[in-house]
Design a protein around this ligand. Structure first.
Ligand code: CA
Length: 223
């Protein structure tokens, strides 16, 4: 894959470049957000690894700009921050996933595979649960008459839940399906994604669809 690494810590950037190169990837490194954004805008990458705290243009701004320009390249945020607020902000802006530093290369490689797998994949038919519909082909999601804007990860979670509507999916099953087998996902990460997804599919006044089954997992169904 063609991977863009945007990381201002030059030692870490070089380690990433070497490790990804040894995995068979073609790697381009940008040492600040401004150059990173310009390179990302070329659209010639399969995955972008993006540090959050960068001189010049910060990582969140890069995500916001790319998504505003309809650039849908999968973005994996690399962050030294570990507060739920930052995680939610990054994901809400349209990043696909995040890793908290320090991380192991094995975990990084697995996450790269997971976010890239969620790219263009041949898709079967339209899914529907009550007034919620999802078209895997066009990636359009609608609730009643409104169109929902979901990130890649939110879409993957919702598609999984809709394919098994009415059944409780254990947390491990969701994580394995969305992030890949053996993925090292913290439980608050899944919870953060579920909160974001719920806030998008259930506006005030709409019936509840996404249910948390405490201690087990999640289910999509009408109350
Ligand atoms: Ca940094």
């Amino acid at each position: 894959m063609r991977i863009l690494v945007v990381e201002d810590e030059s030692r870490l950037a070089e380690l990433l470049r070497q490790a990804l190169h040894e995995e068979g990837h073609s790697v381009t490194v940008a040492l600040d957000g401004t150059n990173g954004l310009a390179l990302a805008q070329s659209g010639e990458f399969d995955v972008i690894l993006l540090d959050v705290l960068l001189p010049g243009t910060d990582g969140f701004t890069v995500v916001r700009r790319l998504r505003a320009e309809k650039n849908r390249t999968p973005i994996l945020l690399l962050t030294a921050r570990d507060s739920a607020k930052d995680i939610v902000e990054g994901l809400n802006l349209g990043a696909d996933d995040y890793l908290t530093k320090p991380f192991s290369f094995d975990v990084l490689f697995a996450r790269i595979r997971a976010v890239s797998r969620r790219g263009p994949i041949p898709q079967p038919a339209h899914l529907r649960t009550l007034d919620l519909s999802l078209d895997p082909g066009t990636r359009e999601v609608r609730r009643g008459s409104r169109t929902l804007s979901l990130t890649r990860t939110e879409f993957a979670i919702l598609e999984l839940l809709m394919r098994h509507a009415g059944r409780v999916l254990p947390r491990d099953r969701v994580i394995e399906s969305v992030w890949g087998h053996g993925a090292d996902i913290e439980s608050n990460t899944l919870d953060a994604f579920m909160r974001l997804l719920r806030s998008k599919i259930e506006l005030p006044g709409e019936s509840k669809l996404l249910q948390t089954v405490r201690g087990i997992g999640y289910a999509l169904r009408a109350e």
